[in-house]
Structures are given as structure tokens and as C-alpha cells.
Design a binder for this molecule. Sequence first.
Ligand SMILES: Nc1ncnc2c1ncn2[C@@H]1O[C@H](COP(=O)(O)OP(=O)(O)OP(=O)(O)O)[C@@H](O)[C@H]1O
Ligand SMILES: [Mg+2]
Length: 356
Amino acid sequence: MLVFEDDIKGDLIWMMTNILRFSRSLDGKGGDINPLILLYGPPGTGKTSLCQGLAQKISIRLNSTYKETQLIQIKTAALMSKYYSESAKQVDRIFMKISRMCQEDPEKFICVLIDEVESIAGSRHAVMQRSESQDSLRATNALLTGLDRTRGYPNVIFLCTSNMVESLDSAFVDRCGLKRSIEPPSLASQYEILRSRTQKLIVRGVIQSLEVLPSYEDAYVEAGVSAEHAGSKLLALVQLIRSGNAHAQCGTEISARSLTQLPEQAILRYLREEVCDLDLALNFFERFVLSEQGQGKSYGNKDADPHDNNDEKFEGIELRGRKRNLKIILEEDSTIAELEELLAELRRKRQREGEV
Ligand SMILES: Nc1ncnc2c1ncn2[C@@H]1O[C@H](COP(=O)(O)OP(=O)(O)OP(=O)(O)O)[C@@H](O)[C@H]1O
Ligand SMILES: [Mg+2]
């Protein structure tokens, strides 16, 4: 299940329907707006999954107009490597085939998914400046020609994804009837992704629990009552992830892909017993996040010290759990400098907590 802050899927379905409404009303002449949709954004935000879902939804919506829908998925990266130096010809062939299908069976709706479109829609200007191989330049030309060739058909729509929108050819971006950025999940969506993934593991019996994890809003209420409730712990985990992101020198948001994998990865890494109850699982999740942040691997904390572990010593202060639970150890012979450092760390900690 994809989780987004607002009803992106519903919105996009309506916009696609409206684009098709325009092309149908023009009776094969082609309108000003291309049935070409571009979803762009950072990796792992759900662009490909969303496109697949949209293709399925649009086919259901159109089932009274078209007798069937065919999804054609173009694997651009494979196309570029497999048909190296021939990729333009291959793109051309694909578009010829799509045109033929549109013409031969007007009662069939064709939904074309071009994933990672930057592989065949890279900026021609950049290629020329770097005097690179002309292959990708020709592929971009073939794509643009192909899109123009299929423009007049009312029974086709193109869904494209990219996580390198800035490297796309401007003529391609210009042709997109709809461009929409897909952003990393908000705090509420992060909670919801973790909640639903954990709940799924409960349903599958991987985690033994009779609990139903609360919604984001309810978890907030629970957290006000006790930090020991499962919802409070999950919420604290999301905040821990966020604090790792916010304080990384070069912060990046956590991707939805990483979040969906977190519960299973944590359990596979740490479980050493037959039974895993919810409390144990939540402990593993926290341990996993702390460990990842400590190694600076992901969760936005790219620049963390690779030698940083969870129970570190830092100038007279023992920091447990990624500087979150500050445990103060002052030696008798602590110097003023150590004391000042300690106070500075405390101030930074408060500031961090205030931001969360
Ligand atoms: N918003 C989301 N809600 C829930 N799960 C998500 C979401 N976004 C991504 N995922 C999960 O992450 C996985 C990868 O998503 P997907 O491949 O669609 O991302 P993408 O944006 O296309 O990434 P990339 O740019 O790397 O191709 C999906 O299988 C899905 O489980
Ligand atoms: Mg993708």
C-alpha cells in the first residue's frame, strides 16, 4: 500500500482522465496538451509503483470506453545497454509498434510506462557539450519524434518516471502534459508506512502480538500518556529517524523504500529466538536505526563518523543511543574545557529536541 500525504493517486487519475478527455474530443487531430505524464523525485519515493497503480486504475475507469487496456513497460536502462549504438533504432521501432497498435485497434487503450526516462531523454545539449557518444542524443531524438507521431491517438497515454529531472532534455520536459514531483514521506507518512509494515508482520505471524497499532494521531495522544505504548515507541522511532536526518551535515530525507524495508531488516538482523513479540520487534527497529545512523549508511545521516557506535565516549560524556539519551559521566578531575563541552552538548541536545 502506497502512503502519501495527500490524495496524489486520486488527483493524478482525475488529471489523466481530463487529458484523455481533451485528446478524445479532438478526434485524432492532437491537441495542445500531450498525454504524457512525468513523475519525478528522489529515489524510492514510489514513482514506479504509483505509475503501475495508475495504469491499473485508469484501465478500470476506462472499461466502458475501451474493451481492454494494454500496459507496455519500456525498460529504458536495459534498452540503452542492450542495444548500444542501436538504441535510437530500437526506440523508433517501439514507437512504430505503439502507433500501429493504436491505429489497428481503436477499442484498445494503450498505457505506456517509461521508467527512468532520463536514460532515453537526457539533455542533448549536455551530450554535445561533453562531446559524448551520439547514441543517447539520437535516442532522445527518436523519443521526441515517436511522441509526436503518437500524439494524435486518443487511445494512448505515456507515464514516465525520473529521479534526475534536471538532466532531462528541455524539449522532452516541454512536451509533458503533466509534471508532478513525488516527495519523500512526511513525518505522518513515515509513521504510517512503518505502522502498516509492522501490522503486516503481525498478521503474518512473524511478530506475535494481539495489538493493533494506532493511527498517527492516536499515537500522539498515547505518547502523551505513556512512552511505553507501542504507538508511542513507533512515533519515537520516526522522530529518531528524523533527528538523524535533520542533524546530518548534508541531510537527505529517508526514502519510503528504506522505511518499508526497515521492520524486516531489523528483525532479520537481530532476532535470535523463536518468538518475537511486538516489544522486542520495536527494540530491534530502534537498534537498527541507531546502528545505521552510527555507520552513516542511510537515514539521511550520510556524513556521520563511520567509527561512531551507539555507546560512544565523547570527551568525558558518555552518549548512549546516538546522543539521544544523554548520560552524563563527569570524572572527578574533569577540566573546565570538558565541562564547557558538556554544557554545549546539552544545549545542542535541547535544541534538537525542540526542533523535533
Ligand atoms: N509512498 C510510499 N508508501 C509506501 N511504500 C512506498 C512508498 N514509496 C515507495 N514505497 C515502497 O518502496 C518500494 C520502491 O518504490 P518505487 O520503486 O516505486 O520507487 P521509485 O520512486 O520508483 O524509486 P526509484 O527512483 O529508485 O526508481 C515500493 O515497492 C514500495 O514498497
Ligand atoms: Mg522507479
